[in-house]
Design a protein around this ligand. Structure first.
Ligand code: AP5
Ligand code: MG
Ligand code: ZN
Length: 218
């Protein structure tokens, strides 16, 4: 299954991706995670992405599209993939159409997780992340068993550089102007699935699973 996850920052894309990739055995391709990895490795890509990310702005389309095209051509995407956080502009959505054509594939479903803005800011400022396995926690809503330590790999949890309240507000504004049109793009194609993300994690997952089971070929 070839799936896209969209939704504002903090909506729960990364959180739900954990269940999706485990259930359907497909790789998660999260452009934000790829950029953060590049920033921490101080690669050329990381140097290009860092300023944009820390300001809550989007990394330029040509940079982002290039890394997604390369990643989707890898053999582990053969039986499906989950895009998390891409596409986020109309230019990216159109580029993804071209990539799919070249690979002889289709985007089958676009899962749109929505959450009201005021809830989102609380989720973002309380988020903690394991840099080693990309698991997502929240100090209040999804705390690790031991404070500040990943349940799975025991590494110390970090806070993302862009998880400050003012940057979160910028990211929400960018989402409204740049990414909302992408939802219309997919609604017109008839592949958009709307999910209310303002409920418990397990309830949100139940809805997503119900919607995605019909695309599972395994
Ligand atoms: P990216 O990493 O994609 O960040 P984002 O879109 O802002 O989304 P987040 O990762 O912040 O939120 P999420 O929806 O994954 O929520 P999560 O599950 O963690 O992008 C970062 C930056 O990279 C961008 O700003 C941009 O600069 C750049 N970038 C990335 N992709 C790009 C692209 N395509 N083009 C250009 N630039 C790009 O959950 C959030 C918190 O809430 C967690 O603490 C979690 O535990 C908690 N939570 C989750 N679900 C629930 C629930 N149901 N109830 C209570 N709490 C919950
Ligand atoms: Mg995420
Ligand atoms: Zn970990």
């Amino acid at each position: 299954m070839n799936i896209v996850l969209v939704g504002p920052p903090g909506a729960g894309k990364g959180t739900q991706a954990e269940s999706i990739i485990e259930t359907y055995k497909i790789p998660q391709i999260a452009t934000g995670d790829m950029f953060r990895e590049a920033v921490s490795q101080e690669t050329e890509l990381g140097k290009k992405a860092k300023e944009f990310m820390n300001a809550g702005k989007l990394v330029p389309d040509e940079v982002t599209i290039g890394i997604v095209r390369e990643r989707l051509s890898k053999p582990d995407c053969e039986n499906g993939f989950l895009l998390d956080g891409f596409p986020r502009t109309i230019v990216q959505a159109e580029a993804l159409e071209d990539i799919m054509k070249d690979l002889n594939k289709d985007i089958e479903a676009v899962v749109n997780i929505s959450v009201p803005d005021e809830i989102i800011v609380r989720r973002i400022v309380g988020r903690r992340l394991c840099k080693n396995c990309n698991l997502v926690y929240h100090v209040e809503f999804n705390p690790p068993k031991q404070d500040g330590v990943c349940d799975k790999c025991s590494k110390n949890l970090i806070q993302r550089a862009d998880d400050q309240e003012d940057t979160a507000v910028n990211r929400l504004n960018v989402y409204a102007t740049e990414t909302n049109p992408v939802l219309d793009f997919y609604a017109k194609k008839g592949v958009l699935i709307n999910i209310d993300g303002n409920r418990a994690r397990s309830v949100v997952w139940e809805d997503i699973k119900k919607a995605l089971d019909k695309y599972d070929r395994n």
